[in-house]
Design a protein around this ligand. Structure first.
Ligand SMILES: NC(=O)c1ccc[n+]([C@@H]2O[C@H](COP(=O)([O-])OP(=O)(O)OC[C@H]3O[C@@H](n4cnc5c(N)ncnc54)[C@H](OP(=O)(O)O)[C@@H]3O)[C@@H](O)[C@H]2O)c1
Length: 236
């Protein structure tokens, strides 16, 4: 049985990936902080193994991973800090964004790669963003974390590819999730997702397809964006 460890599996893209991989026959470890959301997920797919942990809690992550065999690691947990000019951003929001979106993914990867290298196989995916590849106003630190994830994924692949480990960066554009739930009101979010917009399931289907390729084929990155721009400015 192949195991998949997915962070940010309580909502949005990560939840859809957890369900899709469970349906595809993976043993899924679903990671998130919300106990209620993990319970719901498990009620929907009883085979999924829930793990309630904050990815910013290093010690907790280390102890969770101590006894697990992981074939597929999906570094997906992420937050969008309050939108606004960088000059007005709080230091606390800067710290949390760096911690959750970047440091936790790097640490988690470090905890998992030795066992993958020993087995000479494995697949690590990162949920990056178009914001890591193009400039948008009001999200400078979020963009920095996603650009860093992209750079890390590429360099990591150079290190791990000789050991048979694949690395994929998911470059997501606008996907209808809860990412903005704490920072935009319902009306603004409805406007953001008006029209045709990518759904978490669409991303999950791509992930299943990428993982299903033979071990010698590494999809290094895929971009998934709405067909039509949905915001009034036609940007992100
Ligand atoms: N939606 C988009 O348009 C879009 C575009 C590009 C990239 N992305 C990226 O996609 C990824 C998933 O986001 P989403 O859009 O699916 O948003 P979402 O619905 O808000 O899901 C975010 C997930 O991250 C988890 N999370 C956040 N902080 C955490 C922490 N400290 N510890 C553990 N888990 C934590 C949340 O779980 P708990 O709250 O239960 O902890 C939740 O499961 C993120 O990396 C995001 O940057 C999204």
């Amino acid at each position: 049985m192949t195991t998949a460890f997915i962070t940010g599996a309580t909502s949005g893209i990560g939840r859809a990936i957890a369900i899709a991989l469970s349906d595809a026959g993976y043993d899924v470890y679903a990671v998130g902080r919300s106990q209620a959301a993990l319970k719901e997920l498990q009620a929907e797919r009883p085979g999924i193994l829930p793990i309630a942990v904050d990815v910013a809690d290093r010690e907790a992550l280390e102890s969770v991973l101590a006894d697990l065999t992981i074939d597929v690691l999906i570094n997906n947990a992420g937050i969008m800090p309050p939108l606004g000019n960088f000059a007005d951003m709080t230091i606390a929001d800067i710290d949390t964004t760096l911690e959750v979106n970047l440091s936790a993914a790097i640490l988690l990867t470090r905890l998992v790669v030795p066992q993958m290298r020993e087995r000479q196989s494995g697949h690590i995916l990162f949920t990056g963003s178009t914001a890591g590849h193009a400039a948008y106003s009001n999200i400078a630190v979020y963009s920095a974390t996603k650009a860093a994830i992209s750079g890390f994924a590429a360099a990591l692949r150079a290190d791990l590819s000789p050991s048979g480990i694949r690395v994929t960066e998911i470059v997501a554009g606008r996907v209808e999730t809860q990412l903005y739930k704490d920072i935009l009101d319902t009306e603004a979010r409805a406007a953001m997702y008006a029209g045709k917009v990518v759904q978490p399931d669409d991303v999950a289907r791509m992930v299943v397809a990428v993982l299903a390729l033979p071990a010698w084929a590494d999809v290094t990155r895929f971009d998934i964006m709405p067909t039509w721009p949905t915001s009034p400015s036609g940007t992100k």
